[in-house]
Write a protein that binds this ligand. Structure first.
Ligand code: NGO
Length: 522
């Protein structure tokens, strides 16, 4: 069917305009290769074309819809050169226009879903919420030729296949983690990553802000944390930290893209940078040197000192005031030199502190050893028995099993960067698992979602980080969004191949796995 359509179109084009004005873009919406794969796609075999007459009509009276419309215009204008404009509150959409409609009432679409209806005349996105409109726009980007992602002007035509997409996510938490403690990454690098996450409909960025090697966020009541604890990193480089203004800027940038930032202060272990900055946090009352190696499990806060809890209260208080999201992550992993009872006492007290600041607790799976509050969430990374313990206490789990979801694992034995303690994670392995069946005792009702962490012991700049992040991040985005019954590697690898030229156009330095038949051609 598709072949006939394309052929007919080509003949018509040659007859009417000559070959130059014609395109070989598919007119079959079901073949667009969208990632994450939408819940349903129905093709109607025609084409919608963006032109210099195209206007974007956001829902009247909604500033947020207007902002989303502007986001779309800003994405499409540099490459298309069409000068698309948002026309709030004026006139009615006509041929070739884009309509962003906040309708409400379509229960199936939920809080993040959207319906995209494309006819030859009009492109319409309908959603219950602005977030849904935003995700609809990400789909529209992927329905256009990949060159739309280029930063400079490209040749048209700018065609979109017609049809209807109804789409909504499986999990409400679709996250990635950036470790900025082992190696520091500046504001611009993080914003680049936020844009990449948004393109694949991810909605949580977990920032691992402190570890043995560095403290990366300014805390005004304890200034040496950043000034001293932030001055180095793995390998002895210069490190760095975010001022509170810079951090708020990241949080806002993410929020504008429907991404919630969850800050993590890892404790009571993984705290050498803090311990080196303030002697009173140490059990011995004496500060160690700053640390630039990659060993884990040797540091602990003094869990039986009130100074420690005053410190934590101050730090969490300042962080909470910069955190619009519901969660603060307290770490809790690998506190190998903290006695069991001290650890349990500590985690229980820190849960109270976080709650007193109006936030919920997230922590690595070891926190299940403590008495979890019902709204605390444990992040399963290593030990399923911990995750099960969490569920038995009535708390929920975030799925980040290291052997599938750790973005810092090497692809194979010859990978340039990465670690391999949890095994190699080739692109197919990272994609082919289901959070809801991985641990039999943990079912979908117990799971808030999935998160893929990028630990940064072996990567120190944007290109190195992107080598590990991409293309695997797209697979994790799809696991978080698309029902598992609709996912399989053979179908995915073809769609991923198509994303190669998109990632290239976005400037992403991805790892060209030989399992994928990359399609770099436009
Ligand atoms: C572990 C460890 C981190 C390492 C990471 C490396 C957790 C939760 N704690 O994951 O400190 O950076 O592995 O893969």
């Amino acid at each position: 069917m598709k072949k006939i359509n394309t052929f007919t179109l080509a003949i018509t084009c040659i007859a009417v305009f000559g070959m130059a004005a014609c395109s070989s873009e598919p007119t079959d919406m079901t073949e667009a290769g969208i990632i994450p794969k939408p819940v349903s796609v129905t093709s109607s075999g025609e084409t919608f074309t963006l032109s210099k007459h195209t206007d974007i009509f956001p829902e009247e009276g909604s500033e947020e819809a207007a902002r989303i419309g502007q986001f779309l215009a800003d994405k499409l204008n540099p490459s298309t050169g069409l000068g698309l404009a948002v026309v709030s509150g004026r006139g009615k959409p006509g041929r070739g226009d884009i309509l962003l409609e906040l309708a409400g009432g379509d229960v199936e679409l939920g809080d993040e879903g959207y319906e995209l209806t494309v006819t030859a005349r009009l492109l319409k996105i309908t959603a219950n919420t602005p977030a849904g409109l935003f995700y609809g726009i990400q789909t529209v980007r992927q329905l256009l030729p990949a060159r739309v992602e280029m930063a400079d002007k490209q040749e048209g035509p700018w065609e979109i296949p017609t049809g209807t997409i109804r789409d909504y996510p499986v999990y409400s938490y679709r996250g990635a983690m950036r470790d900025v403690a082992r190696h520091f990454f500046g504001v611009e690098d993080i914003k680049t990553f936020i844009d990449q996450m948004a393109a694949y409909k991810m909605n949580v960025l977990h920032m691992h802000l402190s570890d043995d090697q560095g403290w990366r966020i300014e805390i005004k009541s304890w200034p040496d944390l950043a000034l001293h604890g932030g001055m180095t990193e793995v390998g002895g480089g210069e490190g760095g930290f975010y001022t509170q203004e810079q951090y708020k800027d990241i949080v806002k940038y993410a929020q504008d893209r429907y991404i919630t930032v969850i800050p993590e202060i890892d404790m009571p272990g993984h705290t050498n940078a803090a311990l080196a900055s303030y002697p009173e946090l140490n059990t011995e009352g004496k500060s160690p040197e700053l640390y630039t190696g990659i060993k884990v499990g040797f540091s602990t806060l003094n869990t039986r000192s009130e100074t420690t809890y005053k410190f934590i209260d101050d730090v969490i208080g300042e962080l909470a005031s910069m955190t619009p999201g519901a969660y603060i992550h307290i770490g809790g992993d690998e506190s190998l030199v903290t006695k069991h009872d001290d650890y349990v006492y500590f985690i229980n007290r820190v849960q109270d502190i976080v709650t007193a600041h109006g936030k919920k607790v997230l922590g690595w799976d070891e926190i299940a050893l403590a008495t979890l509050k019902p709204n605390t969430v444990a992040q399963y990374w290593a030990r399923s028995e911990n995750a099960i313990k969490c569920v038995q206490q009535g708390a929920r789990v975030l799925m980040s099993p290291a052997r599938f979801a750790y973005l810092d694992m090497k692809y194979d034995s010859v990978s340039t960067y990465g670690l391999n303690w949890a095994g190699y994670i080739e692109v197919d392995h990272g994609y082919s698992w289901d959070p809801a069946t991985l641990v039999p005792e943990i079912t979908s009702e117990n799971i808030i979602g999935i998160e893929a962490p990028l630990w940064s012991e072996t990567v120190s700049n944007l290109q190195e980080a992107e080598y590990l992040l991409f293309p695997r991040l797209l697979g994790f985005a799809e696991i978080g969004w698309t029902p598992s019954a609709m996912r399989n590697w053979d179908d995915y690898k073809v769609r991923l191949a198509g994303q190669g030229k998109r990632m290239k156009a976005m400037g992403i330095s991805f790892y060209p796995s030989t399992l994928v038949n990359w399609d770099h051609q436009e």
